[in-house]
Write a protein that binds this ligand. Structure first.
Ligand SMILES: [Zn+2]
Length: 422
C-alpha cells in the first residue's frame, strides 16, 4: 500500500468519537454490541460455527447466504447483485480490501459506485477484471456475434469465437484467479480441518455412501502437491449443490467440525456461485447487462490535532462519563499507556460510509436503491452513522463490534455533531 496523505482534525466532536470508540473497544474487548436501532435488514442467522469463526478471525468473510428485506422481488435481486459485486471486487482478505457498492439506475444506464476501505488503487489486475465483469454481464443478453462485435478487435478477453457457456467458464476462471490469495488460504484451512478424516471419507466412497463422491474429488485436489485451484473451486461448488454432502460430513465429523468444513467449502465455491448469480441477475433484469462501474477514491485518513491527545483519565472526564467502577478501572488501567498512541493514529473512512457521504453530498447522485452492497457486515460506528443519515441506507447486516480505527473525511467532520444528534 502506498503512503497516504493525512489530514488533521481540530474538531472536538470527532475527538470525542475517537476517545469513546477506543474506550468502548477496550471495555467490550471487541464483543458485539446491541443494535442501536432494531435492524431492518434481516441477515440469515449465522451458524454457530460461523459466529465462532468470526470471533476468532475478525477480518474473515462469510459465505453469501444473506437475505435482504427491502420489499419487492426486484429490489431484493438488486441488493443481492450489489452484495455479490462487492464480494467479487474484494479480491483479497483483510481490512484494506473491504468493498462497498451502491446503485444508480437511469433510463439507459446502470451505474455501480464502488469504494474500498483504503484507496481502490486501480492496479492492472483490478482494471482487467472489471472489464471482464462488464463483458460477462453484457454477454447475457446478446448473441455471441453481438457480443464479440461489442468487444472490438483488440478484446479477446473471454475467448473470441467461443460459445456463451465457454464465456462463462472463462469468466469463472478469471474470478478464481483474481481471488487466488483468498482461495489458497481457504484451501489450506480446509486441508487442516479435514486431513485426519481423509481415509474415512475415501472408505465411505468405496461403499458408495451418498454425498461422498464430490467431496472425494475435493480431497483429491487438496492432497495434490500443487493444488489445482480451478478444479478445487468447481468441485467445491458441486459439493454445495448436493445437500447429501453436508449430511455426510455431519455423520463423519460431528456437527461442530462439519460446520467449519462446510463453511470453507462454501467460501471455496464462492467464485462459481457469484458468477451464477450475476448471470441470473443480468438475464432477469436486462438493464444490468450494461453497467458502468465508478471506482471512488477514498478520502485521506484523518488524525486528531495534538490538543486532543489526552490521557485515558482526562478523556473519560471530558466525555462526562459517570464515575468508574472498580472493574472498569481495572480494565482501563491495562490501556493507560497505549491510549494516547492509539488515539493519535490516522483513521480511514470505511467503504460504506464513503459511499453514504458521497451520496449525501451530491445533489444529483442519490442512489436509486436504499441499499449498499458490502463485502462484510457493518461495524457499530458505521451502523450508527448510517442510521442517522437522512438517506436511511441499509446493508446486509451488522456485526456490532466497535472498531476504534474509524474515521470520516475531514470535509465532513464539521457536520459530525449535527449528524450524530439527529
Ligand atoms: Zn465500519
Amino acid at each position: 500500500m502506498s503512503q497516504r496523505a493525512v489530514t488533521k482534525s481540530r474538531n472536538e466532536a470527532f475527538a470525542r468519537v475517537v476517545w469513546s470508540a477506543h474506550i468502548l473497544s477496550y471495555l467490550s474487548q471487541q464483543r458485539s454490541q446491541p443494535a442501536v436501532i432494531p435492524s431492518v435488514t434481516i441477515a440469515k442467522a449465522d451458524t454457530e460455527a460461523e459466529a465462532e469463526e468470526e470471533e476468532e478471525e475478525e477480518e474473515e468473510d462469510f459465505p453469501s447466504n444473506v437475505t435482504t428485506a427491502l420489499g419487492s422481488v426486484d429490489e431484493d435481486i438488486k441488493a443481492k447483485f450489489l452484495d455479490c459485486i462487492a464480494e467479487t471486487l474484494s479480491s483479497k482478505k483483510g481490512w484494506h480490501y473491504v468493498t462497498a457498492t451502491g446503485l444508480r439506475e437511469y433510463e439507459c444506464d446502470v451505474i455501480v459506485d464502488v469504494a474500498r476501505n483504503t484507496d481502490f488503487s486501480v492496479v492492472e489486475a483490478d482494471q482487467h477484471y472489471l472489464t471482464l465483469l462488464k463483458n460477462f454481464l453484457f454477454a447475457q443478453g446478446h448473441t455471441h456475434i453481438d457480443y464479440f462485435t461489442s468487444l472490438g478487435d483488440n478484446n479477446t478477453s473471454l475467448g473470441k469465437g467461443k460459445h456463451a457457456d465457454t464465456g462463462r467458464l472463462d469468466f469463472e476462471e478469471a474470478t478464481i484467479t483474481y481471488h487466488s490469495a483468498r482461495l489458497n488460504s481457504s484451501s489450506s484451512r480446509l486441508h487442516d480441518l479435514i486431513r485426519m478424516k481423509f481415509e474415512r471419507i475415501f472408505e465411505a466412497e468405496e461403499y458408495q455412501l451418498s454425498g461422498a463422491s464430490s467431496l472425494v474429488r475435493v480431497l483429491r485436489f487438496l492432497q495434490a502437491t500443487e493444488v489445482n485451484l480451478i478444479s478445487l473451486v468447481r468441485s467445491s461448488y458441486e459439493c454445495t449443490q448436493s445437500p447429501d454432502v453436508k449430511i455426510f460430513l455431519d455423520s463423519i465429523l460431528g456437527l461442530t467440525a462439519s460446520n467449519k468444513v462446510w463453511r470453507e467449502i462454501c467460501l471455496l465455491a464462492r467464485p462459481v456461485s457469484a458468477c451464477r448469480l450475476l448471470e441470473d441477475v443480468a438475464r432477469c433484469l436486462p438493464q444490468f447487462q450494461r453497467i458502468e462501474v465508478i471506482l471512488h477514491k477514498s478520502p485521506d485518513p484523518v488524525i486528531l490535532d495534538g490538543q486532543f491527545t489526552l490521557s485515558i483519565h482526562e478523556a473519560w472526564q471530558r466525555l462526562g462519563l459517570p464515575e468508574q467502577t472498580a472493574a472498569t478501572r481495572r480494565v482501563l488501567q491495562q490501556f493507560k499507556d497505549v491510549f494516547k498512541k492509539d488515539c493519535s493514529k490516522p483513521f480511514s473512512t470505511h467503504a460504506e460510509v464513503q459511499l453514504m457521504i458521497h451520496y449525501s453530498n451530491s445533489l444529483h447522485t442519490e442512489p436509486t436503491l436504499a441499499y449498499l452492497g458490502c463485502s462484510k457486515k457493518s461495524c457499530l460506528l458505521c451502523e450508527i452513522l448510517m442510521r442517522k443519515s437522512p438517506l436511511q441506507l441499509k446493508t446486509r447486516g451488522r456485526h456490532g463490534k466497535c472498531y476504534p480505527a474509524w474515521g470520516i473525511p475531514l470535509s465532513n467532520i464539521e457536520n459530525l455533531e449535527v449528524q450524530l444528534s439527529v
